[in-house]
Design a protein around this ligand. Sequence first.
Ligand SMILES: CC[C@H](C(=O)O)C(=O)SCCNC(=O)CCNC(=O)[C@H](O)C(C)(C)COP(=O)(O)OP(=O)(O)OC[C@H]1O[C@@H](n2cnc3c(N)ncnc32)[C@H](O)[C@@H]1OP(=O)(O)O
Ligand SMILES: [Co+2]
Length: 134
Amino acid sequence: MIGRLNHVAIAVPDLEAACATYRGALGATVSAPEDLPEHGVTVVFVELPNTKIELLHPFGEASPIASFFEKNPSGGMHHVCYEVEDILAARDRLKSEGARVLGDGEPKIGAHGKPVLFLHPKDFAGTLVELEQA
Ligand SMILES: CC[C@H](C(=O)O)C(=O)SCCNC(=O)CCNC(=O)[C@H](O)C(C)(C)COP(=O)(O)OP(=O)(O)OC[C@H]1O[C@@H](n2cnc3c(N)ncnc32)[C@H](O)[C@@H]1OP(=O)(O)O
Ligand SMILES: [Co+2]
Protein backbone atom coordinates (compact mmCIF):
# COMPACT_ATOMS: atom_id res chain seq x y z
CA MET A 1 0.00 0.00 0.00
CA ILE A 2 2.54 2.71 0.97
CA GLY A 3 4.70 3.94 -1.90
CA ARG A 4 7.50 6.48 -2.15
CA LEU A 5 8.93 8.28 0.86
CA ASN A 6 7.66 11.80 0.18
CA HIS A 7 9.49 13.48 3.06
CA VAL A 8 11.03 13.16 6.48
CA ALA A 9 10.01 16.01 8.80
CA ILE A 10 12.27 17.56 11.41
CA ALA A 11 10.82 19.93 14.01
CA VAL A 12 13.22 22.81 14.61
CA PRO A 13 13.18 25.43 17.41
CA ASP A 14 14.94 27.98 15.18
CA LEU A 15 13.85 27.77 11.53
CA GLU A 16 16.29 30.40 10.27
CA ALA A 17 19.25 28.68 11.93
CA ALA A 18 18.19 25.27 10.59
CA CYS A 19 17.86 26.67 7.06
CA ALA A 20 21.32 28.25 7.33
CA THR A 21 22.79 24.91 8.43
CA TYR A 22 21.19 23.01 5.56
CA ARG A 23 22.20 25.67 3.01
CA GLY A 24 25.69 26.25 4.46
CA ALA A 25 27.20 23.19 6.14
CA LEU A 26 25.13 20.73 4.08
CA GLY A 27 25.09 22.69 0.81
CA ALA A 28 21.44 21.87 0.17
CA THR A 29 18.74 23.66 -1.79
CA VAL A 30 16.24 25.06 0.73
CA SER A 31 12.84 26.55 -0.14
CA ALA A 32 11.45 29.77 1.31
CA PRO A 33 9.38 29.38 4.50
CA GLU A 34 5.65 28.83 3.98
CA ASP A 35 3.10 29.46 6.75
CA LEU A 36 0.36 26.83 6.92
CA PRO A 37 -2.13 28.32 9.41
CA GLU A 38 -4.58 25.46 8.95
CA HIS A 39 -1.85 23.07 10.14
CA GLY A 40 -0.29 25.36 12.77
CA VAL A 41 3.17 25.19 11.24
CA THR A 42 5.66 27.05 9.08
CA VAL A 43 7.42 24.67 6.70
CA VAL A 44 10.56 24.74 4.59
CA PHE A 45 11.48 21.96 2.15
CA VAL A 46 15.04 20.77 1.54
CA GLU A 47 15.10 19.19 -1.93
CA LEU A 48 17.12 15.96 -2.15
CA PRO A 49 17.69 13.75 -5.20
CA ASN A 50 15.46 10.97 -3.81
CA THR A 51 13.11 12.65 -1.30
CA LYS A 52 12.64 15.83 0.74
CA ILE A 53 13.35 17.02 4.24
CA GLU A 54 10.56 19.12 5.73
CA LEU A 55 11.77 21.55 8.40
CA LEU A 56 8.84 22.40 10.69
CA HIS A 57 8.34 25.23 13.16
CA PRO A 58 5.18 26.05 15.17
CA PHE A 59 2.87 28.71 13.67
CA GLY A 60 0.20 30.38 15.78
CA GLU A 61 -1.08 29.66 19.28
CA ALA A 62 -2.46 26.15 18.82
CA SER A 63 0.33 24.41 16.90
CA PRO A 64 0.11 20.59 17.14
CA ILE A 65 3.89 20.48 17.28
CA ALA A 66 4.37 22.94 20.17
CA SER A 67 4.28 20.15 22.77
CA PHE A 68 6.91 18.20 20.81
CA PHE A 69 9.52 20.70 22.01
CA GLU A 70 8.63 20.07 25.66
CA LYS A 71 10.14 16.60 25.25
CA ASN A 72 12.61 17.53 22.52
CA PRO A 73 13.89 21.07 23.28
CA SER A 74 16.51 20.87 20.50
CA GLY A 75 13.90 19.61 18.04
CA GLY A 76 14.29 16.37 16.12
CA MET A 77 12.66 13.89 13.80
CA HIS A 78 8.93 14.57 13.83
CA HIS A 79 7.28 12.39 11.18
CA VAL A 80 7.69 10.46 7.98
CA CYS A 81 5.40 10.92 4.99
CA TYR A 82 4.59 8.04 2.65
CA GLU A 83 2.72 8.43 -0.63
CA VAL A 84 -0.37 6.29 -1.26
CA GLU A 85 -2.31 5.82 -4.50
CA ASP A 86 -5.71 6.22 -2.85
CA ILE A 87 -5.72 7.99 0.52
CA LEU A 88 -9.36 7.19 1.30
CA ALA A 89 -8.90 3.47 0.56
CA ALA A 90 -5.71 3.54 2.67
CA ARG A 91 -7.54 5.27 5.53
CA ASP A 92 -10.42 2.80 5.45
CA ARG A 93 -8.06 -0.18 5.40
CA LEU A 94 -6.03 1.20 8.31
CA LYS A 95 -9.14 1.98 10.35
CA SER A 96 -10.47 -1.55 9.70
CA GLU A 97 -7.18 -2.84 11.12
CA GLY A 98 -7.62 -0.71 14.25
CA ALA A 99 -5.08 2.02 13.49
CA ARG A 100 -5.90 5.47 14.83
CA VAL A 101 -6.34 8.12 12.12
CA LEU A 102 -5.79 11.53 13.73
CA GLY A 103 -8.15 14.50 13.57
CA ASP A 104 -11.65 13.90 12.22
CA GLY A 105 -10.36 11.22 9.86
CA GLU A 106 -10.95 13.32 6.77
CA PRO A 107 -7.92 14.17 4.60
CA LYS A 108 -6.81 17.80 4.61
CA ILE A 109 -4.74 19.58 1.98
CA GLY A 110 -1.05 19.51 2.92
CA ALA A 111 1.99 21.57 1.97
CA HIS A 112 2.10 20.08 -1.54
CA GLY A 113 -1.56 20.82 -2.28
CA LYS A 114 -2.42 17.13 -1.94
CA PRO A 115 -4.73 15.42 0.61
CA VAL A 116 -2.89 14.19 3.71
CA LEU A 117 -3.75 12.20 6.83
CA PHE A 118 -1.82 11.44 10.01
CA LEU A 119 -1.64 8.13 11.90
CA HIS A 120 -1.00 7.90 15.63
CA PRO A 121 2.65 7.28 16.52
CA LYS A 122 1.74 4.70 19.10
CA ASP A 123 0.38 2.45 16.35
CA PHE A 124 3.48 2.73 14.16
CA ALA A 125 6.58 1.95 16.21
CA GLY A 126 6.56 5.30 17.99
CA THR A 127 6.68 7.19 14.70
CA LEU A 128 4.13 9.74 13.56
CA VAL A 129 3.15 8.72 10.02
CA GLU A 130 1.72 11.07 7.42
CA LEU A 131 0.09 9.72 4.28
CA GLU A 132 -0.07 11.91 1.17
CA GLN A 133 -2.15 11.19 -1.92
CA ALA A 134 0.35 10.49 -4.72
C1 LIG B 1 0.15 18.87 6.60
C2 LIG B 1 1.16 19.95 6.42
C3 LIG B 1 2.58 19.43 6.49
C4 LIG B 1 2.82 18.51 5.30
O1 LIG B 1 3.77 17.73 5.31
O2 LIG B 1 2.06 18.66 4.33
C5 LIG B 1 2.82 18.70 7.79
O3 LIG B 1 3.39 17.65 7.88
S1 LIG B 1 2.18 19.49 9.17
C6 LIG B 1 2.81 18.53 10.57
C7 LIG B 1 2.19 19.02 11.85
N1 LIG B 1 0.89 18.41 12.04
C8 LIG B 1 0.78 17.28 12.76
O4 LIG B 1 1.74 16.76 13.30
C9 LIG B 1 -0.62 16.72 12.87
C10 LIG B 1 -0.61 15.35 13.53
N2 LIG B 1 -0.06 15.43 14.88
C11 LIG B 1 -0.88 15.37 15.98
O5 LIG B 1 -2.09 15.24 15.90
C12 LIG B 1 -0.18 15.45 17.32
O6 LIG B 1 1.11 15.99 17.16
C13 LIG B 1 -0.04 14.06 18.03
C14 LIG B 1 -1.43 13.49 18.31
C15 LIG B 1 0.77 13.09 17.20
C16 LIG B 1 0.69 14.28 19.33
O7 LIG B 1 0.00 15.29 20.00
P1 LIG B 1 0.47 15.73 21.48
O8 LIG B 1 1.96 15.84 21.52
O9 LIG B 1 -0.33 16.89 21.92
O10 LIG B 1 -0.04 14.47 22.26
P2 LIG B 1 0.64 13.79 23.45
O11 LIG B 1 1.62 14.70 24.11
O12 LIG B 1 -0.46 13.21 24.25
O13 LIG B 1 1.48 12.61 22.74
C17 LIG B 1 0.91 11.34 22.70
C18 LIG B 1 2.11 10.39 22.67
O14 LIG B 1 2.68 10.50 21.35
C19 LIG B 1 4.03 10.92 21.48
N3 LIG B 1 4.29 11.79 20.35
C20 LIG B 1 3.85 13.06 20.17
N4 LIG B 1 4.33 13.55 18.99
C21 LIG B 1 5.08 12.58 18.47
C22 LIG B 1 5.87 12.47 17.29
N5 LIG B 1 5.95 13.49 16.42
N6 LIG B 1 6.54 11.32 17.04
C23 LIG B 1 6.47 10.28 17.93
N7 LIG B 1 5.75 10.30 19.08
C24 LIG B 1 5.07 11.45 19.32
C25 LIG B 1 4.15 11.61 22.80
O15 LIG B 1 5.48 11.55 23.25
C26 LIG B 1 3.22 10.79 23.64
O16 LIG B 1 3.87 9.60 23.98
P3 LIG B 1 3.84 9.11 25.51
O17 LIG B 1 4.73 7.91 25.52
O18 LIG B 1 2.38 8.83 25.78
O19 LIG B 1 4.36 10.28 26.32
CO1 LIG C 1 4.70 16.51 6.63
